[in-house]
Design a protein around this ligand. Structure first.
Ligand code: SF4
Length: 218
């Protein structure tokens, strides 16, 4: 109505972050044929960086150094694995289907499958309480059964570990996800009005959160 943009404001940090996720996609494809070396990974990242990175920014060298460290961590974390082509994994719930697109799918030497979620940042204190990890668990088990491990790779910490979530929490979040699907299918999106966050939301002027009264465009 007012021509307001809803896009996230791009910063040097988010551009760096986007470059790293582009490299993760490049790696998922390249690893199906061979294991890229650090030099190959760096060269691929440099091409992405020149195209999409914050190359005009005053602190570009600092961002590039940070990125180089994370690129090296990402390449090292792939050592010794046989990567498979990543495929969307389905979870069929009573109210619909959820598709999880894992960052990495690999096989270990004992034949077990590892489904890995990669994050560029540090592990947060409530990391595995986030819904996406439960969806990873449910989707991995639905596709591969018991011989699957869901791992989280946190590049800033340089840690890769198995995701542990109790059966009770998985069951609760499964039910919650199904309820969410039901609400989406029914078109039920009630506004959650909040005096602090709503005025910063790009939908504010067309949302039911807007205060009553006429809108006058000067
Ligand atoms: S303005 Fe509407 S859509 Fe935006 S946060 Fe508030 S309730 Fe949600």
């Amino acid at each position: 109505m007012l021509g307001l943009g809803g896009a996230r404001k791009r910063t040097a940090f988010t551009q760096t972050h986007d470059c790293l996720y582009e490299l993760i996609r490049w790696l998922a494809d390249a690893r199906r044929r061979s294991e890229p070396t650090l030099a190959e990974g760096e060269a691929a990242f440099e091409a992405i960086w020149q195209e999409r990175g914050p190359i005009e920014h005053a602190f570009r060298d600092d961002y590039r150094r940070l990125a180089a460290r994370l690129v090296a961590a990402l390449i090292r974390a792939g050592a010794g694995r046989r990567f498979r082509e990543s495929e969307p994994l389905a979870i069929d719930l009573p109210n619909g289907r959820v598709l999880v697109e894992p960052n990495e799918l690999a096989e270990l030497s004992d034949g077990s499958v590892v489904v890995r979620r990669v994050r560029t940042g540090q592990k947060r204190s409530d990391e595995y309480d986030r819904l996406e990890y439960t969806l990873y668990q449910l989707a991995a088990q639905a596709r591969f059964g018991g011989a699957v491990v869901v791992q989280a790779l946190h590049l800033t910490d340089e840690t890769a570990e198995a995701v542990t979530i109790t059966a009770a929490k998985v069951g609760h979040r499964r039910t919650k996800s199904d309820e969410m699907l039901g609400r989406i299918a029914a078109g039920w999106f009630p506004p959650e009005v909040d005096a602090v966050t709503c005025p910063r939301c790009p939908h504010f002027f067309i949302c039911a959160a807007t205060p009553q009264g006429n809108l006058v465009v000067a």
